[in-house]
Design a protein around this ligand. Structure first.
Ligand SMILES: [Zn+2]
Length: 236
């Protein structure tokens, strides 16, 4: 987080009393991204208290964008707010919740991948290939923590795109509501998680390119099963 945001934020705070000037989107996003990547990379430990004051000092911004970011993260299931106590990082999911999440994914996503192939347009395919490609490119630059959290978000986008292409809004909403990717990426901060997932995404894209529904279903199942097996040692 760059220090220059301090002046920009201070100016907005001052202006706010005179007229409701919208906060620059980039500042709100910068603060959000900074806290998001600390949560994803476990710099803020699961269950740990989050003090608005401390974050405000650390990031060099006023409390307002911090509170906004924490509110947004609360909506994404990454932060809890308790009356009188304040904010804390959501606890790590339990082994039971983990098993349930993967059972749900294995029931829905391979099927959705097959359906997506049946409804695939050239435009969808280009968007999916682009989404998979962004992950690969980002993996080569930037600081490791930011890279990891961007990968987690992009993985969520990639999987959501496939389910969206499949066309069943109930399946899409059910998965989106679980914030699967945020929870699973927070289990382990490790580059292996991203490197192997990239190869598996390529296999999914190859099946889409071949317009092969069965291969897409299999590639998605293999990806989710391997993802589960990569993360399972966290609970041992
Ligand atoms: Zn994935």
């Amino acid at each position: 987080m760059a220090r220059h945001v301090l002046t920009r934020d201070a100016k907005v705070e001052a202006d706010k009393s005179a007229a409701p000037i919208p906060r620059p989107l980039s500042l709100a996003n910068e603060v959000y991204e900074a806290i998001f990547s600390q949560l994803m990379a476990l710099k803020i430990a699961p269950g740990a208290r989050i003090t608005v004051d401390n974050l405000s000092r650390e990031l060099g911004v006023s409390q307002t964008p911090i509170r906004e970011a924490l509110g947004r993260l609360e909506g994404e299931g990454l932060v809890n707010k308790t009356h009188l106590i304040g904010f804390s990082a959501a606890p790590q999911i339990s082994v039971r919740q983990f098993a349930n999440l993967y059972e749900l994914r294995l029931l829905l996503e391979p099927h959705a991948a097959r359906e997506a192939v049946a409804r695939l347009t050239d435009k969808n395919l280009a968007a999916l290939t682009e989404a998979a490609g962004v992950m690969g490119r980002r993996a080569k630059s930037g600081d490791e923590r930011a890279r990891y959290s961007q990968f987690a978000r992009q993985d969520a986008v990639f999987h959501d795109m496939i389910v969206q292409t499949a066309g069943n809004d109930l399946i899409r909403d059910t998965l989106a509501h679980q914030h699967v990717h945020f929870h699973i990426f927070r289990l382990m901060f490790h580059s292996r998680v991203t490197a192997e997932a990239l190869e598996e995404h390529e296999a999914i894209i190859a099946a889409f390119e071949a317009r092969d529904g069965q291969a897409a279903e299999q590639a998605m199942r293999a990806h989710i099963e391997r993802s589960r097996d990569r993360l399972l040692p966290v609970f041992e």
